[in-house]
Design a protein around this ligand. Structure first.
Ligand SMILES: Nc1ncnc2c1ncn2[C@@H]1O[C@H](COP(=O)(O)OP(=O)(O)OP(=O)(O)O)[C@@H](O)[C@H]1O
Ligand SMILES: [Mg+2]
Length: 511
């Protein structure tokens, strides 16, 4: 805990931000001290991102004041935020793929020699920053093909290059592997020790406990609590966020029945000619949740895409209830009884300009209750959208609003709901609770368990090991494109799984 009387560098007071009738921020006060890490937590739609956008100049508050080192300031755009020493590492990275690390970092603030961009100077500056913050990166590497963790590192270096004193991170760990999370948290501590002041928005309460000095809890647009992290616990924070104690559902025993999904010797070559999937054989039975555990980048994304017809496999067999769907179209695969929660909700699951009604049936237009002879049945579509919004507690004003106006977690909930309620015999659930608050995670887990109880087969691909361990009847570990082990529920610990995910061997495994 930092000295509570330390220099307050930033004060936000009485911030109000409304969208039409919705009060996203209702009289929020935020204080940030020099060299401290402040965590901002709260349910999906509580107003965390909105508050950060106001601070970074991406949104204008309706009222309230912002003071930097005691001086009132106006922040009308991100340029002004950066000039005043406020930087933000956004969740959806804003990098240009064809350019190098250095070109991306200096973009907008290029070192010049006379009239010309001084590339050598840029490379040199970046190497220096990269060394002093222990964030290794090669300035001349291209962004294209970089793993998420490295892209984020580029974003962090960009903020440091801009010489900002206050750095905002909005859910920085949602897309990282456990190793990358560990590295990032170390970096945050180092930045704070070097005198940067940091705000981190996160749903992971263990991260709050690990790195933050203070925590602010928001609920429905209001600030409901603020305390030193050393004075609270994960249980208390979780209670403050969702307003009730969470109860873990018991998972009833089930007798798994016939194989709904059967995959044999699946091979998939990447565009670069490497084997992304190497002889993968697996199955999922009716009434069974089967988890795929693995460090991201070991073939699980390719597996999900091949199963759903989004990527062509090289050889092998995929049967869904006995029907051959190997390299079939998404439509054929959906018709065979498969639903999918996509890993990246922005890439596959939705279009930001679509309304909530449109997103609610995306991929399901052909369903006869939504369209017949090319005519959309708007009434059915709208009532379906309304139903899933209500049942899954998606925080929204109207089914006519754009999907982009939902908070990140609420957009995810809408897509998860759409695919869960499809009543298909097989659900491919990829990262179903990414970006979702602790209360809603519980709810989605209950829905998955319920679907299994009704006899559906669920393939769960998740980088969250506690989620895999809680839900899965069986677990396969994928490593370098191969299934390297298989476990029954209760037969493996988190540590052992971690070992297998790094390519180890284990005695309890089934294969
Ligand atoms: N551009 C917009 N137009 C209309 N409503 C919006 C807009 N942006 C945000 N909102 C609404 O403001 C509320 C707060 O959203 P915000 O993104 O700040 O939530 P959050 O706390 O970051 O949630 P999450 O954990 O899901 O990311 C939500 O109800 C959201 O639907
Ligand atoms: Mg958010």
């Amino acid at each position: 805990m930092k000295d509570p009387s330390g220099d307050v560098i930033l004060e936000m007071e009485g911030i109000v931000k409304t969208y039409d009738t919705l009060v996203a921020n209702d009289q929020i006060d935020l204080h940030l001290r020099h060299g401290e890490i402040l965590a901002v937590i709260g349910e999906n739609g509580a107003g965390k991102t909105t508050l950060m956008k106001v601070l970074y100049g991406l949104e204008q508050a309706d009222s309230g004041t912002i003071r930097l080192r005691g001086e009132p300031v106006q922040i009308r755009n991100t340029g002004q935020a950066i000039d005043r020493g406020i930087g933000m590492v956004q969740q959806h990275f804003m990098l240009f793929d064809p350019f190098t690390v250095a070109e991306n970092i200096v973009y907008g603030k290029e070192p010049r020699k006379g009239l010309f961009f001084d590339l050598d100077q840029a490379n040199k500056l970046i190497s220096e920053i990269s060394r002093s913050y222990e964030l290794p990166l090669n300035p001349t590497d291209k962004i294209q093909g970089m793993p998420v963790g490295l892209r984020q590192r580029v974003e962090i270096l960009k903020v440091l290059y801009q010489n900002t004193e206050i750095i905002i991170f909005d859910e920085p760990t949602a897309v990282l592997t456990p190793q990358e999370v560990h590295e990032l948290l170390k970096t945050l501590k180092k930045l704070a020790a070097d005198g940067k002041s940091i705000i981190i928005v996160t749903h992971k309460l263990n991260e709050v406990m690990e790195v933050a000095d203070r925590v602010m809890v928001m609920r429905a647009g209001k600030l409901v609590a603020e305390m030193a992290v050393s004075d609270t616990t994960i249980e208390e924070l979780s209670f403050l966020m969702v307003g009730r104690h969470l109860v873990e559902t018991e998972i009833p025993a089930m007798n798994a029945a016939e194989k709904v999904l059967a995959v044999q010797n699946l091979k998939l070559l990447s565009e670069e000619g490497a084997l992304s999937l190497d002889d993968v054989s697996l199955h999922v039975r009716a009434g069974e949740i089967v988890g795929i555990a693995g460090v991201s980048g070991n073939g699980q994304s390719e597996l999900a895409q091949a199963l759903f017809g989004l990527k062509h496999a090289t050889s092998g067999q995929i049967l869904v209830n006995g029907q051959d769907v190997f390299n079939q179209s998404v439509k054929t695969i959906r018709n065979a009884g498969v639903a999918m929660i996509p890993e990246d909700r922005y890439l596959w699951g939705s279009a930001t300009q679509a309304t909530l009604s449109e997103t609610a049936i995306m991929g399901h237009y052909a369903n006869p209750s939504y369209s017949k002879h090319g005519m959309l049945n708007i009434r059915n579509i709208n009532s379906f959208a309304q139903r899933i919004i209500r049942e899954f507690n998606v925080k929204a004003d109207s089914i006519r609003q754009k999907t982009s106006s939902l908070s990140g977690g609420n957009a995810q909930k809408l897509i998860v709901a759409r695919e869960i309620v499809q009543g298909t015999p097989l659900l491919l659930a990829c990262e179903p609770t990414r970006g979702i608050d602790v209360g809603a995670i519980n709810f989605i887990h209950d829905q998955l368990i319920d679907k299994r109880s009704k006899g559906a087969a669920i393939l769960l691909i998740s980088s969250d090991l506690s989620e895999i361990l809680k839900l899965s009847d069986r677990i396969y570990v994928i490593y370098e494109g191969k299934i390297n082990s298989e476990f029954q529920r209760g037969n493996v610990t988190e540590e052992e799984l971690g070992l297998m995910m790094a390519g180890g061997k284990h005695e309890n495994q089934l294969v």
